[in-house]
Write a protein that binds this ligand. Structure first.
Ligand SMILES: CC(C)(COP(=O)(O)OP(=O)(O)OC[C@H]1O[C@@H](n2cnc3c(N)ncnc32)[C@H](O)[C@@H]1OP(=O)(O)O)[C@@H](O)C(=O)NCCC(=O)NCCS
Length: 183
């Protein structure tokens, strides 16, 4: 096991557990991800284009388990999967010290500290990881909650592509990259 599970009470008083995602979580994890993608405008992937099979998801989970610089965490409440944070380490030699973060959670579990907890868990893990030096992420400029969380946890804006994201016809937003040094 790469990550020792963490349990914590959120601002709503509920106890959640953060643990590494396992192949047997694939089906429910997929369902949770589909639901939160449907309930958010802040992802590059759209609901219609997100259709992995359970087999594909099992393989996806295994790639994190087998990669030294990657980690896939899920948050659970009474064994129900609420959301996840994925840390995907670079596989080429010149970027193995970097890892990109993606995250999301069910709408009713947002804004009560779960994102902060997932981030704290992964940053602590990355600090102990022998390879990783830089964590980074991409976020839409319109994602106020996301940017607010990332800044609070220590990420700094490292780049901005103006009007790079086309949300819908004639509506654009900037693509922002943010970095955090862990060593
Ligand atoms: C972005 C996301 C992962 C954040 O997780 P979360 O659990 O909601 O985050 P937290 O509750 O830990 O922290 C959010 C912070 O943003 C703040 N915030 C939320 N909305 C805000 C707003 N409109 N203006 C300013 N701050 C805001 C909250 O107050 C909180 O800060 P605090 O802890 O100091 O009070 C979650 O909202 C989510 O899944 N959103 C949809 C998918 C998504 O955007 N994924 C990330 C793509 S880059």
């Amino acid at each position: 096991m790469k990550f020792q599970p963490v349990s914590r009470r959120l601002k709503n008083g509920e106890l959640v557990i953060i643990r590494e995602c396992q192949p047997q979580d694939a089906e429910e994890f997929l369902q949770t991800a589909k639901t939160y993608i449907m309930d958010s405008k802040e992802f590059l992937i759209t609901e219609e284009s997100f259709n992995p099979t359970i087999d594909h998801e099992v393989k996806y989970i295994r790639t994190f388990m087998e990669s030294e610089n990657s980690l896939l965490l899920i948050a659970t409440h009474n064994d129900k999967i609420l959301g996840n944070l994925d840390l995907r380490g670079g596989q080429r030699t010149k970027v193995r010290h970097t890892a990109v973060i993606g995250m999301g959670m069910l709408k009713e579990w947002r804004d009560i500290g779960l994102g902060t907890l997932l981030m704290e868990c992964v940053i602590n893990w990355a600090r102990e990881n022998p390879v990783l030096e830089i964590l980074w992420l991409q976020v839409f400029a319109s994602n106020v909650a996301g940017i607010s969380l990332y800044k609070k946890i220590g990420f700094e804006i490292s780049g901005r592509q103006t009007n790079f994201i086309k949300i819908q016809d004639d509506i654009y937003t900037d693509n922002i990259t943010m970095d955090l040094k862990v060593k």
